[in-house]
Design a protein around this ligand. Structure first.
Ligand code: HEC
Ligand code: HEC
Length: 224
């Protein structure tokens, strides 16, 4: 399934649905943990459960196979199985405007820090135990400079750095272009992307997109 047309009804339903859920979740008493990033990132059962409820509407985009979104056109990235620490920082970056994508800005801004940590713990808890293999693509030589943070095959061991392996090619390429142009703001990645040519970015995006990956689509949740 490849959805290239704008999905206005899904879009609006997702946004409205999220608003209602957030209101409910805020009304509920906060369970008695100290709510540190570490506690949530390490994934206590309670925070994973709250994160699952809070993120139902996220799956309208992040749970659809091959969902391509326009302006500029790219696949909605896989977020299931992504590192919690990175997801927390990504959602803050949208809210702060360091990353420009209006829908995600609204999603990030309408969530409390606590809710963001719960969602991140839930997303990190998804994913296969054994990474799924894909075709064998050799690393371009300049991928050596990425390995320290993202791992040789794009599965990062440090949770601050996103896993790239198995992510959509067009999303990875757009991210690199936006870092190079300074449109997506991150000191490390702006510096890493600035010397790359378009061809090198294409090769890197191709390489990582084909590596065995722990990333998965979010499951679409039915009524419990
Ligand atoms: C309308 C579709 C849509 C909805 C709903 C949506 N997202 Fe997204 N999300 C996107 C797109 C498209 C991107 C990539 C934007 C970009 O290029 O920066 C994205 C990016 C992200 C990223 C960054 C991924 C990365 O690798 O950097 C995270 C994390 C994320 N979304 C989580 C969520 C969560 C959590 C929710 C629900 C609270 C949500 N999204 C709801 C479409 C959506
Ligand atoms: C010193 C550590 C470091 C090195 C080296 C590094 N990165 Fe990154 N990378 C990061 C961090 C941190 C982020 C998250 C930045 C953000 O929040 O936007 C990131 C994000 C990315 C993303 C966006 C992923 C997503 O899910 O949105 C891509 C693509 C990427 N890096 C590719 C590369 C490539 C290709 C190289 C080598 C040329 C490289 N990186 C080298 C730290 C690094």
């Amino acid at each position: 399934m490849r959805l290239t047309r704008p999905l206005a009804p899904v879009f609006i339903a997702a946004t409205l649905g999220l608003g209602a859920q957030v209101a409910t979740a805020q009304a509920a008493p906060a369970p008695g943990t100290n709510g540190t990033t570490e506690a949530a990132a390490s994934g206590t059962a309670a925070s994973i459960h709250r994160g699952k409820i809070l993120s139902q509407t996220c799956a309208f985009c992040h749970g659809l196979p091959d969902y391509v979104i326009p302006y500029p056109s790219r696949h909605v990235p896989f977020v299931g199985g992504q590192h919690a620490t990175y997801v927390i920082s990504a959602l803050h970056e949208y809210a702060q405007g360091d990353r420009a994508f209006a829908t995600m800005k609204a999603q990030g801004a309408s969530l409390t820090d606590r809710q963001i940590r719960d969602i991140a713990a839930y997303l990190a808890s998804l994913g296969p135990e054994t990474p799924i293999s894909d075709e064998d693509v050799k690393a371009p030589p300049f991928a050596a400079s990425c390995a320290a943070c993202h791992g040789a095959s794009g599965v990062s061991t440090n949770p601050m750095y996103p896993t790239l392996a198995g992510q959509h090619y067009d999303y990875l390429l757009l991210s690199l272009k936006e870092y190079k142009a300074g449109k997506r703001k991150n000191g490390i990645m702006n510096a890493m992307a600035s010397p790359l040519t378009l061809e090198q970015m294409q090769q890197l995006a191709h390489y990582y997109s084909k590596q065995p990956s722990p990333l998965v689509l979010m499951p679409l949740q039915g009524p419990e």
